[in-house]
Structure formats: C-alpha cells, structure tokens
Write a protein that binds this ligand. Structure first.
Ligand code: KE4
Length: 426
C-alpha cells in the first residue's frame, strides 16, 4: 500500500474525510489525495518524495512560489518576539497603510483570519449600513463557508454537487438570492422583485470557483450602475483576484470601483489572513467605531502580518512580477491551445492574468451551468493523467489554476507535453 494511502487511511480515523478542507479530498476526481511533505518554488514533494509542478499554489497564496525566502525569514525572525499579543501593533498599521496604498477605493481595512471571515463580515457590514437584509450572489461563486453563501455556491459545494447544505436555516436561504454569472438582466429582475430590500451584491470579479470565468463586456459596469441607482453596496470578493490580477486587483484590472472589497490568500503569504476594506463612509460602521460588531483573537497577529506585508511589499516594489506571471500564463495558454486544437477534442480555455482553466466543453464557459455541462468526467481522467506526469492540477473542474512566479518555461513545456500525451490516449 502506498504511503499516501496509508496516511489517508490513518487521517480518516480522526479527521472528517481525512482532510481539513473538502476540496483536498480528491472526492470528485476519485483516488487517494496526495499528502505533501515539503515545497519549494514551483514544486511540491509528497510523502513518497515525488515532485509535482504545482498549479494550485495553496489555492492562490503562493504567487511568488513556495517557501519564498524573504517571507520565510521574516516569519522566523518575528516569531522570536512572540506569535501573538492580542494588542495593537505598529506592524498592523503598516500593513493597513500598504494595502490602502496599493488598491483603489479602500480608505480603511480590517484584518481577519480567512477569506470566509472577510466576506461574512463585509455582508454583515453592508446589512448594518443599509438596514436591509437580502443579498445577491452568483451561481457558482464561492465566498467561503458562512451560512449566507452556501446557496448554489462554487468550489467544493459545486464539486460535491451539494444543492442544499444541511444546517443552513431556511431564513438564511430566503435572504440569499442567486443570479447566473454574466446575466445582468436576471440581476435587474431580482432587484425589481425585491425593491429596497437588497443590502449588497457580492461577486467574484473574475470567477475562480467554477473554473476561471471572465466577466462579460459591460457586466461589471452594469452591476456598478445598478448599485448606484438602488443604494446597494457593491462588494467585490477579491480573495482570489486581489494582488494577483494586478497590484490593485480586479478593481484596477477591470477599471470598476467596489464599495467594499474582501481579501485573503495572497495577502497572508501562506499564513491565515483575510481582510475587508472600502470607503470610510461604510467602514466607520464597524465596531468599535460603529455598532456593526466584528472581531477576531488572531486578527492582525504579528506572524501573519509580517508574512503578508513582506509578500505585498515585494509585489508593490516589483511590478515586473505581474508581467512575468501573466506572460507565463499566456505561454501555457498558447501551448495548451496548440495541442488541444490538434486533438480535435472539444475544449475551452478561460484565462485572465495568472488565472486559467481548461474545460472539455464545446460551448463557451460563461457561467456555472456551462461549467457543469462540460465533460467533467474527462477532466477527472486528465487530472489523474497529469498527476502521473508530476503535474498537480486542482482536483476539480470547478477550480481555477494559479500560476506562480517560480514556474519555469520548462515546467510549462512539460505541462503541455503531458496534455498532448493525455490527448493521444483518447
Ligand atoms: P477561505 O475562508 O477558504 O480562506 O476563503 C474563502 C474564499 C472566499 N472567496 C473566494 C473567491 C475564494 O476562492 C475562497 C476560497 N477558495 C477556495 C478554493 N476554491 C479555498 C480552498 C478550500 O476551500 O480549501
């Protein structure tokens, strides 16, 4: 029995499903999850010492590659002065000032410890600020596992096709409305049917939890306009896109302003960090300034802050990193396009910046319905074939791939060659 199988069998005795987050379980692609032991740069190494080219990058955080020296050193040094004070520190001010200096439309920011917390807090703030209860989200978008979001959500909820999540009260469902991604008319209808009751529209400005799906021309500006007209808080969930699509995230890349933005992943450099921020007029309602209560024992803890600060400062001071990761993603796109087109297999590749996904679909993949209608059984075969070649893709067709700065041209060429080899088996 393989070491991975032994570890998985052992893990399942004391951890539900043997994993601490469902998407890691390989449940939709089948097979035994790979237990990783170390990682460096573009590569991860499993319990059996096998090397993998990593296209998950911890689901986004490792934009500079694993074990990025300056981040590792900063954590090691900071840990010597205690890992948490539960009191304010200058470092938190420096982190907030750095974020405000990098992204548009954010006057104030509150640190939390996960993307879920960031999105959950932003929704509560929008409800407290507007006095309204309902929210509009989009089918296939994932904003973490807070009750309000587990209605037609993406990522693991879509991967496991969980239609209604037990434990989420009906009252929550009725306040969470869903529209298809890229369907502005459907949003307009929901707003009309719930006139004056919508606190917020929350969206992944480039969706990454049903594969990578791009906003259609005019979609994001249309939502912005609708929110202006109706006094709805426009929340961009930039947990994936923030500091990845550009230093200023999707707001900068797409040129559309949010009222509130949520962050995670990259801003922690691999440590548990999330944040939400926006206009002072709204953020000032957050306790202790206002009465919208939100708190966290480890929010802004020094280890997470120094990891995130080092990561963001590196990105701010080296804009060429964005040119590099975007260029590598385009190179990968061209290579995959070449071999897939030659094979005659129906496919769609969606890409923006350093987010990309391959769908075995004969139709454009513009929303969750289209992503779900793709030949995802073929994706599962592709996933395992690539794993044999030492290429570690996200274990679900409902996830985006993330490109890191550490990836080399040779790594990308190997990925394309493995894809060509897979296509030869069909
Ligand atoms: P976390 O609570 O997992 O830090 O962030 C939730 C979240 C919020 N918003 C977006 C756009 C996200 O993508 C996420 C988390 N993404 C998943 C990957 N699809 C995290 C991986 C996992 O669940 O283990």
């Amino acid at each position: 029995m393989s070491q991975n199988q032994q570890l998985f069998d052992r893990a399942q005795k004391t951890i539900p499903g043997g994993v601490n987050s469902p998407v890691r379980a390989f449940k939709s692609v089948g097979g035994t999850p790979i237990f990783m032991k170390s990682a460096k740069g573009a590569y991860m190494y499993d319990a059996e010492g096998r090397q993998y080219i990593d296209y998950i990058n911890s689901w986004g955080p490792m934009i500079l590659g694993h074990a990025y020296e300056p981040v590792v050193r900063a954590i090691q040094e900071k840990a010597l002065d205690s890992t948490s004070f539960g009191a304010p520190t200058e470092l938190e001010i420096e982190m907030a000032e750095l974020i405000v200096s990098m992204v548009p439309n954010v006057d104030m920011v509150r640190m939390v410890s996960s993307g879920t917390e960031a999105c959950m807090s932003a929704i509560r703030l929008a409800r407290g600020y507007t006095g309204r209860n309902k929210i509009i989200k989009f089918e296939g978008c994932y904003h973490g596992h807070a009750d309000s979001f587990l209605v037609k959500a993406g990522s693991g909820v879509a991967t496991f096709n969980i239609q209604t999540v037990p434990g989420v009260p009906a009252g929550v469902y009725t306040d969470t409305l869903n529209a298809p991604y890229n369907d502005l008319e459907a949003v307009r209808r929901l707003v009309e049917e719930n006139k004056g009751e919508i606190a917020a529209i929350i969206i992944e400005p480039v969706a990454g939890n049903m594969g990578c799906i791009l906003p259609a021309e005019g979609f994001m500006p249309g939502l912005r306009e609708l929110c202006n007209q109706e006094g709805i808080v426009f929340i961009m969930d930039e947990v994936m896109t923030g500091f990845r699509l550009a230093a200023g995230g999707a707001q900068e890349k797409l040129g559309v302003a949010a009222d509130l933005v949520t962050y995670g992943k990259v801003i922690g450099g691999g440590m548990p960090v999330g944040a939400f921020g926006g206009k002072r007029e709204i953020m000032q309602h957050i306790a202790p300034l206002g009465n919208v209560y939100q708190a966290g024992t480890l929010s802004g803890n020094p280890i997470a802050m120094i990891a995130g600060y080092t990561m963001l400062k590196t990105l701010k001071d080296n804009p060429a990193i964005y040119t590099d990761i975007d260029g590598k993603t385009e190179y990968l796109h061209q290579g995959l396009d070449r071999v897939l087109a030659k094979s005659g297999v129906p496919y769609v590749i969606n890409r923006m910046g350093s987010m990309i996904s391959v769908h075995f679909s004969s139709h454009p993949v513009v929303d969750f319905t289209a992503a779900a209608a793709a030949d995802n059984a073929r994706f599962n075969l592709y996933f395992h074939y690539m794993l044999q070649w030492g290429v570690y893709l996200p274990p679900s067709a409902f996830e985006t791939w993330f490109i890191s700065h550490a990836l080399s041209t040779e790594d990308i060429d190997r990925t394309v060659a493995a894809t060509a080899s897979f296509l030869d088996t069909l």
